[in-house]
Each structure stands twice: as structure tokens, then as C-alpha cells.
Design a protein around this ligand. Structure first.
Ligand code: SF4
Length: 582
């Protein structure tokens, strides 16, 4: 039934596995229910998805295409232009698009939303007023290009209401956003199908949205400003105690949030935050006061499975589901699993260190120094750029504390925690430009650069993944496990998610069958991830000593010097001279 879908593909040739992906996707979209598709990153999934959408849109189907980052939305819009008949619109974040400085300047998201609502209700946002009367239609519509006198966010929502688009592309955080959902309700009635890319984080994201965390210092300041004596006393006596955490009964928490007497001059933002927290307490399931934060957890109004089943069909795609057992275990209802395994994908070598770990109990300065020295040596042996992805910002800081940056002869780019998207983008562009000379990117697993960003050719030939990302022991982890137990059948979600984040980061250099990938998994605990490793990676795994890595890299790149000389690697990006002319 999907045999003709290929004819909507706008390129001359298919990538390896791409044709199969198109067929699997098309057939899954035609049947009802939830399907999990495992397919390697870099096989051209975006153009594959748009091919299927173009084909099925002609038969009357409509789609929501959810991606993880704003960069991926850019890519989908660019790709859309190659599909002549496709009509696709992007929906982006409200704060990102806001043009009114009265709202945009507010750093707290709740305050921002409240201010925006207030401005709209009172007719005080001229951008909103202008966007109401200007629904636009462009075949590949991106609100970033909206007219300067309108609110791009509301212009986009007005424009999609008309139902002229075959598909909407948006970040998957909006799957749970009630405002966006209300606006797309009209088209949802017609039986829209859902395609989610990089869906391996979806369940974790859904669970995280059930928890609201407030930093304890912030909460104390709020109680001060709002003159909440009971709240202040609670925090003071809790911090004086030896307790690791305190579970607050809901009635008690409500009394704390009710017994405040804010003076008239209390700042507007503090009132908004306070009222919002009180509402959260009202619908809470568990409230925990820890030594770092207040955690308010609520019961979900509907499960993720309920949300996914609202669509005609839901297809969740990822390159790192970790096999049938791991991904099916996440869902409590019946789901289908289809895999497109590729035994060979890129020229790779995968090393796991048998004598190094970042286990909390074994972290020492000497071990950081040992690691920093090996990484510095490794950077001298490789061709092209190197990416180093740590399990946490603590480990990243540990490397810098022992002077990693001073041991390097190549430029080092460090991912900043919470850095603005554009600032990070600039840094990554500069890093990619240096692939001829070689540069090092230091970031964290699960961060902006270790998932969703591609580094083909020489832009990254070596990835080093340091440490397995497991949550810290403590009450928060117990709470998260409690949520997992209620909403999934997974026995060890921590390990599964840790392995997935690591494989996402590890796979950054290999974005096509021709890419080179010298992959180091620096933690002996990665042996427990072997079962979940993508098949193309698993076929090349070796256990080695940390100190052996630089010489193994030397062998790996020297054995492939003919590829550089023939221009098969890095033809577009330049290459290091010593191998080109050796
Ligand atoms: S309507 Fe748009 S421009 Fe106006 S405050 Fe809200 S988001 Fe900002």
C-alpha cells in the first residue's frame, strides 16, 4: 500500500536504510496505535518523514511532527522547501518569539506567561492585536520570519487554525502544553497522526513535568518578601535538624502558603510565583522539603499513553531505544516495536575503559588528572575534531580543576550550563570551522551538543563519553523511581536512560555510512550497557586500559590515511595535513 511513497522523495538517491525507514513509517502511520521505531541517526530521517507526510497528505491525512530542539525545527523547514507540494508550519516557543519587552524581560517563565495573559486580556499588547487580524499562509511557514509589528507566536496559532497545513512541526515540549493543544484541537478532530523524533526521552520528559522544584534559597526569599512567618520558621528549623528531607502533609503545606501577609508594595512577580506555588500544592500528590529544594509532585490528569492514543497513530522514532525489551517496558499499554538495524554504519572503533570509572565513591583528583592527561594525548593523535561529553557538570568542572585546558595544544570550546541557544550555536559553528586544524568540544551528555547536533566528516571524528549518567542517590531519586514504578514496567530506568544518553553522545561523529568514528566510553560500567548498544556500534567493541587509548587512536587514524588522501573523509570540511601528506 505504501509502494508509491518513494516517488515523493526529492533526491536522486536514498541513503542506506532510508527506503526501508520510509516503508516502515508509512505502514505504521496507516494503522492505529503506538509504534516505536528504532533507526540509526544520520540515515536521513527528516527527509524520510517528509516523504511519507507528502504521500499520505494527498490521501487526506494530517500530522504533528515533534522534534527535540529548535535547531531541528530549522532543519525541517529547510527540508520542506525541497518537497514541492508539502504545506508545513512551525510552532515555536512563546518566550523565544515574544516581542513585547514588558513580558519578555521577565526571567521567570510563570511570571512571563502571567504578564502576557494580562497584556492580551487588557488589549495592551499591540503585537497581539496585530496578529489577530493577520493569519498568513506560506508553504513552509516559520514564525521567526513574521512581520515585525505582529506577535509571531499568536500569528502562528492563528495561521494554523485555518487547517491549510498538512503538518505542524514543533518541539515535543508542546505535546503537553494546554494552550498549543487548545489551538490545534480543530485539526485534531480530523484524526491527526503524530510522529515524534528522538523520542527516547519522551517518557522521562513527561514524568519530569509532574514535578515542580523550587530552590530552597529562592523559596526562603519568597517567604521573606511575602511575609510568610510559618514558611520561614519551617525552613529554619528543618535546616537546623539532621533530617535529609521532610515530607509535608498537604494540609500543613496549604496552611503555610495561606498564612502570609504581604504588604501592599510586594513586587508583582513575587505574588505571581506565590499564587502559582499555592495552586501546585492544592493539586499535589507528594510534597518534599529537601536540603536543596522544595519538590511538589502531582498526579497526572492523563498518562502519556492516553495522550498518544488520542492521535490516529503515534510513531516514536529514536536511534537509541536500546532494543525491544527496554523501550516496550516504558509503556504500560500495548505498543509495536520495529527496528531497522544496520550492521555496518561508518568506519568505527568502540573502546570501553576497563580500569576507569567516575563512580562517585571513586572520584579523586588523581583520577581526573589521569583522565585529563590521556585526553590531551589523544587529541594529538586524531584527525579532525574531538567531542568530550561528561556525565555531569561536576565531572566537567573536575577536569578543568586539574588543568585539562592547559594540557591541550588545540582550541577548547566549553559548553556553558544554561547558555542561550544563539550563544551556544555561535560557539559550535566556530568549533566546526576549525575541523581542519582540530578542536575540542567539552560538554555534557544529554546537553544541547550531545543530542540533536550533527558533526559529520571532520567536524567530529572522535567522541569520548565520560561516566555513566545515573542520578545521585537520595530522596529525589527515590521519588523519581516511585513515579517510574507507577507509570512504566521498567525495573532499572536510571541505567537505561544513562546508557541512552551515552550512546547519543557517542554517536555524534557517525552521521552517515562514510563517517569515521573513534568512540571511547570512559567508564567500566558501560559494560552493563552492551545489550542496549546500537548494533552497528556493538560489532566493534573492545575493553582496554585508559592509558592505551592514544596509541589505539594513532593506529586507527593511520590505518585510514588513504581515506583522507582520497578525499573520502572531510572532502567538504578540510583535513589535517599530517595524514593528508603522509
Ligand atoms: S502576545 Fe506575544 S508579543 Fe505580546 S506579550 Fe504575549 S508573547 Fe509577547
Amino acid at each position: 500500500m505504501c509502494d508509491n511513497a518513494d516517488s515523493y522523495f526529492p533526491y536522486k538517491s536514498f541513503r542506506r536504510g532510508q527506503r526501508e525507514f520510509i516503508k516502515v513509517l508509512c505502514e505504521s502511520l496507516k494503522r492505529k496505535g503506538i509504534t516505536l521505531v528504532e533507526a540509526p541517526n544520520g540515515m536521513g530521517k527528516t527527509s524520510g518523514v517528509l516523504t511519507v507526510i507528502s504521500y499520505l497528505a494527498e490521501k487526506g491525512m494530517r500530522f504533528l511532527y515533534l522534534v527535540r530542539t529548535h535547531r531541528q525545527i530549522d532543519r525541517v523547514i529547510e527540508e520542506c522547501r525541497r518537497f514541492e507540494e508539502l504545506r508545513l508550519a512551525a510552532v515555536r516557543g512563546k518566550k523565544e518569539l515574544c516581542r513585547n519587552p514588558k513580558a519578555k524581560r521577565l526571567s521567570n517563565y510563570i511570571s512571563f506567561i502571567t504578564k502576557c495573559n494580562e497584556l492580551r486580556k487588557t488589549g495592551a499588547c499591540p503585537y497581539y492585536e496585530a496578529s489577530k487580524s493577520h493569519p498568513v499562509f506560506e508553504r513552509c511557514y516559520d514564525p521567526l520570519r513574521a512581520r515585525s509589528d505582529t506577535c509571531p507566536y499568536y500569528e502562528a496559532l492563528e495561521s494554523i487554525k485555518e487547517g491549510r497545513y498538512h503538518a505542524l512541526v514543533l518541539s515535543y515540549t508542546y505535546l503537553l502544553d494546554p494552550e498549543v493543544r487548545a489551538h490545534i484541537k480543530e485539526i485534531l478532530k480530523e484524526g491527526v497522526s503524530l510522529i515524534v523524533d528522538e523520542a527516547h526521552n519522551l517518557k522521562r520528559y513527561w514524568l519530569a513535568h509532574l514535578m515542580r522544584k523550587v530552590d530552597l534559597n529562592e523559596l526562603r526569599s519568597l517567604f521573606d518578601v511575602m511575609c510568610c512567618d510559618r514558611g520561614r520558621e519551617l525552613i529554619t528549623s528543618f535546616l537546623r535538624s539532621n533530617l535529609e528531607y521532610l515530607e509535608l502533609p498537604k494540609d500543613y503545606a496549604l496552611r503555610i502558603f495561606s498564612g502570609c501577609d504581604p504588604p501592599d508594595y510586594t513586587p508583582w512577580e513575587a505574588r505571581v510565583l506565590y499564587l502559582n506555588l499555592r495552586e501546585e500544592v492544592l493539586i499535589s500528590w507528594k510534597i518534599l522539603l529537601t536540603r536543596e529544594e522544595l519538590i511538589i509532585t502531582r498526579r497526572p490528569e492523563e498518562t502519556l499513553e492516553d495522550i498518544l492514543r488520542r492521535y490516529h497513530s503515534s510513531i516514536l522514532v529514536s536511534g537509541t531505544w536500546g532494543g525491544e525489551e527496554a523501550c516496550k517496558g516504558e509503556f504500560l499499554s500495548r505498543v509495536r516495536y520495529v527496528s531497522i538495524p544496520l550492521e555496518k554504519w561508518g568506519e568505527i572503533e568502540v573502546l570501553i575503559t576497563r580500569d576507569f570509572t567516575t563512580r562517585f565513591e571513586e572520584r579523586r583528583k588523581t583520577e581526573y588528572y589521569r583522565l585529563a592527561t590521556v585526553l590531551a594525548d589523544l587529541s594529538k593523535k586524531i584527525v579532525g575534531n574531538m567531542g568530550v561529553f561528561t556525565a555531569s557538570y561536576d565531572i566537567l568542572a573536575g577536569l578543568l580543576e586539574v588543568g585539562f585546558q592547559y594540557l591541550l595544544e588545540k582550541p577548547l570550546f566549553i559548553e556553558e550550563r544554561g547558555a542561550d541557544v544563539r550563544r551556544n550555536l555561535k560557539m559550535v559553528e566556530r568549533y566546526k570551522e576549525l575541523s581542519r586544524e582540530g578542536a575540542i568540544l567539552l560538554g555534557v551528555q544529554g546537553g544541547r551538543n550531545s543530542e540533536g547536533e550533527d558533526f559529520p566528516g571532520l567536524q567530529m571524528t572522535t567522541s569520548v563519553v565520560i561516566g555513566l549518567q545515573l542520578s545521585k542517590p537520595g530522596v529525589e531519586r527515590e521519588l523519581i523511581h516511585l513515579l517510574w514504578n507507577r507509570h512504566s514496567a521498567l525495573r532499572n530506568p536510571d541505567l537505561i536512560y544513562g546508557c541512552r544518553s551515552a550512546f547519543q553522545a557517542a554517536a555524534r561523529p557517525v552521521r552517515s555510512p562514510d563517517d569515521l568514528g573513534f568512540i571511547v566510553l570512559a567508564d567500566r560500567r558501560f559494560e552493563s550497557c552492551l545489550k542496549m548498544m546500537p548494533s552497528w556500534m556493538r560489532r566493534k567493541v573492545r575493553l582496554v586500559s585508559l592509558e592505551d587509548i592514544p596509541s589505539l587512536a594513532d593506529e586507527f587514524f593511520s590505518a585510514r590515511s588513504h581515506l583522507f588522501q582520497a578525499g573520502r573523509i572531510g572532502a567538504t570540511y578540510g583535513a589535517n595535513d599530517h595524514l593528508l601528506h603522509s
